[in-house]
Ligand binder design. Structure first.
Ligand code: FMN
Length: 390
């Protein structure tokens, strides 16, 4: 198996097959089927919302690469008059710097330094992109999911329902039929803002945003993921946030950290360290109360730069993962010699003979923690709550 993996890694570096997951199943008896917001996807690796999903060309490149899903850039909600309560989040900023960042434990990883926030073009342009996303999703070409940030009130204020209704209805119309998948982003810049300075206010948002959104899209059924921020409080509060967000269908855990001194969001090893620590603690909480109410499914995000990291998030309960930074590295950082950045990233994440996802699953099997069922190793067995893997 190892020799075969080394050979595949070498040859796929010159061109990754689009149906890589089908190949992995056939060649290694490894079923990478994963789940994102109720959709079955061929493998767990998707793209997080951001600057890499701003237009139809980027989606087409991702479709060709065989990415499992892509979340569109976050749009800032508006009401019928075009008023945006979160308008301060729609700032224009083109310049991004992909840089090394040393974590507190000394490990050096990558981060993207960028001062921008949400979608900065007209809402109509976003709706055109959502039309493309709906078509791609229904055709089975690429699951492509809109993302939005809606009004988040202070404790003594009501939610601006008109903004929730108008934006969700327009998104549903543009989507064009069937269930509308949607992420609501609680961004790191929000975590760094005085608006998120109070715990009670954040918990109220997480409890009430799903209520506001259900039904806001008219007859279109909604599947809702809340992308939780790393709030400026302790790990226990992160878990409180997860519990408060029980009305969502999925939770994306957790968006980037906030550097209060340089006023930028950042990633790297500090981010995965914190996210995995909180997710593992949350998993222990869930295991301690079997038979409790069904909780939202989990999607991991943060410093996923190898198949091993995908498995770390899976062992903490995540059924899929969303990457951003790893799709932005300088070309020389990818071992593949050809293909788009998405293809080159998938190549090393899936096939690296030591740190890749397939190698990691075979290693779990050899260690006796993951077992074949019907002759196959299954990715979703790694994430199952009752799995002995974690
Ligand atoms: C330049 C940049 C822009 C981003 N914009 C958004 C956004 O608009 N909405 C959102 O939900 N997440 C956004 N993110 C967060 C990413 O989707 C991702 O969850 C986060 O960066 C952690 O993953 P990573 O370590 O692989 O980058 C952005 C990230 C970066 C680096």
């Amino acid at each position: 198996m190892h020799a075969r993996l080394a050979h595949d890694f070498e040859r796929f570096g010159r061109g990754l097959p689009r149906a890589a997951a089908a190949y992995v199943r056939e060649a290694y008896g490894v079923d990478l089927t994963a789940r994102y917001l109720g959709y079955s996807i061929p493998h767990p690796i998707g793209k997080g919302s951001g600057q890499l999903s701003l237009n139809a060309e980027q989606l087409e490149t991702d479709r060709q690469a065989g990415l499992a899903f892509a979340v569109l850039k976050t749009v800032i909600a508006e009401d019928a008059a075009g008023e945006r309560s979160m308008g301060a989040w729609a700032v224009r900023e083109a310049r991004m710097r992909v840089e090394r960042r040393r974590a507190r434990d000394g490990r050096v990883g990558w981060t993207v330094t960028w001062k921008g926030r949400g979608w900065d073009r007209p809402f109509e342009d976003y709706l055109a992109l959502v039309r493309t996303a709906g078509d791609l999703t229904r055709d089975g070409a690429l699951l492509a999911v809109p993302s939005a940030t809606y009004h988040l009130p202070r404790l003594d204020e009501p939610f601006r329902e008109s903004e929730y209704r108008h934006t969700t209805l327009r998104l549903a119309e543009a989507w064009g039929g069937g269930v509308l998948p949607l992420e609501q982003d609680f961004s790191p810049t929000l975590a760094g803002d005085s608006l998120a300075g109070e715990r009670a206010r954040i918990l109220r948002w997480l409890r009430e945003v799903p209520v506001q959104l259900r039904g806001a899209g008219g007859p279109t059924p909604l599947r809702l993921a809340l992308k939780l921020m790393n709030a400026r409080f302790d790990d226990a509060f992160q878990r409180e946030m997860m519990a408060a967000a029980a009305g969502a269908d999925a939770l994306v855990c957790f968006n980037r950290l906030w550097d209060g001194s340089s006023k930028v969001a950042y990633g790297g090893w500090d981010l995965s360290e914190r996210n995995l620590r909180v997710l593992r603690e949350a998993r222990r909480d869930r295991l301690a109360r079997p038979g409790g109410a069904a909780s939202p499914t989990l999607v991991g995000t943060g410093n996923i730069c190898s198949g091993r990291l995908v498995l770390d998030y899976a062992r903490a309960g995540c059924e899929s993962v969303e990457l951003h930074t790893f799709f932005q590295l300088p070309l020389a950082e990818y071992p593949a010699s050809a293909g788009s950045r998405t293809q080159r990233a998938l190549h090393v994440l899936l096939f690296h003979p030591v740190d890749g996802l397939v190698a990691g699953m075979l290693e779990l099997e050899a260690a006796g923690v993951l077992h074949r069922r019907g002759g196959e190793l299954r990715f979703l067995d790694v994430c199952a709550t009752e799995s002995p893997c974690a």
